[in-house]
Every structure is written in structure tokens, then in C-alpha cells.
Design a protein around this ligand. Structure first.
Ligand SMILES: Nc1nc2c([nH]c(=O)n2[C@H]2C[C@H](O)[C@@H](COP(=O)(O)OP(=O)(O)OP(=O)(O)O)O2)c(=O)[nH]1
Length: 132
């Protein structure tokens, strides 16, 4: 049976309502695909704590986490990913790509122009519909 991993991602908005998109590096799984920064929830960890920790590690900044935005299950060939996204904003520091190949602030209506990790597409479509 395929393993299911719980993954949290941040939909980070700025003051002009652009969304922070992160490009996975060539060394990561799903190389060169755009994603919501975040990572796997470790055993015993609260999803919001995972998200704050991952954002600090990956982007070097602190976020405030708001409501849960979407809860998606996507089956990859080797694993099932349960991607839960939360709306968030940066409250301290500036987002810097410490692990990603690139970070980009993108208006909601342009999100679908990027090549996303397959599990992210339903969430991106929701965002585009909400704000586009
Ligand atoms: N962080 C993140 N991962 C995603 C997204 N969409 C998606 O399919 N994934 C997949 C890629 C990975 O298989 C898994 C999470 O991986 P990760 O590499 O970000 O997590 P991590 O930092 O905890 O991983 P690890 O290398 O320490 O094992 O979920 C997304 O929007 N954000």
C-alpha cells in the first residue's frame, strides 16, 4: 500500500495580495515545479508548528498563520500526499530562497501560468477563482 504523507503549505499574501510562489530546486523531489513553501508534518507535531518551522528554515522569515485554505489529497506514482494549505503573511524578516531555486510574488490571476507540483493544482485553481 502507498504511504500517505501529510504536508503543509503556506499561501503567503503581501500587501498587494500577490502570493509567494516557490520553485523547487533541481535537487528536490518534483524538481523545477512551483509549490507553496512548507513541508512534511512530523510525528507529534501540530500542522501550524510545522509550517512556522519550515518557513523559518526555507525562507528565513516569520509568518502569522490564518485560516486553513484547502485540504487536498493527491496520488503520485509512489506516494499519496495530503496537502493542507493555510493563508499566512510575513510578520518578521524578508523571504529569501534558502532551499528553493527561486521565489516569486505572483498575482492570483497569473498563478496558473506557472508549472506547479501536480498536488497543488486544485488549490491554485481555487485561489485563481477566489481572486482572479
Ligand atoms: N512543501 C510542499 N511540498 C509539496 C507541495 N506540493 C507537493 O506535491 N509537495 C510534495 C513534495 C514532497 O514530496 C512533499 C513534501 O516535501 P518537502 O521536501 O517540502 O518536505 P520536507 O522539507 O519536510 O522534506 P524532507 O526533504 O525533509 O523529507 O510534498 C507543496 O505545495 N509544498
Amino acid at each position: 500500500m502507498k504511504k500517505t504523507v501529510q504536508v503543509v503549505g503556506a499561501v503567503i499574501f503581501n500587501e498587494t495580495d500577490d502570493i509567494l510562489c516557490a520553485l523547487r530546486s533541481p535537487e528536490m523531489d518534483l524538481p523545477n515545479r512551483w509549490e507553496f513553501p512548507g513541508g512534511k508534518v512530523e510525528e507529534g507535531e501540530q500542522p501550524e508548528d510545522t509550517l512556522s518551522r519550515e518557513i523559518q528554515e526555507e525562507l528565513g522569515c516569520a509568518i502569522e498563520i490564518f485560516e486553513r485554505y484547502a485540504d487536498i489529497i493527491h496520488e503520485y506514482p509512489n506516494v499519496i500526499v495530503n496537502l493542507i494549505t493555510y493563508k499566512a503573511k510575513i510578520i518578521e524578516g524578508t523571504a529569501t530562497a534558502k532551499e528553493h531555486a527561486e521565489l516569486r510574488w505572483v498575482p492570483a490571476k497569473e498563478l496558473l501560468h506557472l508549472e506547479w507540483a501536480p498536488a497543488d493544482i486544485p488549490t491554485v485553481q481555487l485561489l485563481t477563482g477566489d481572486r482572479g
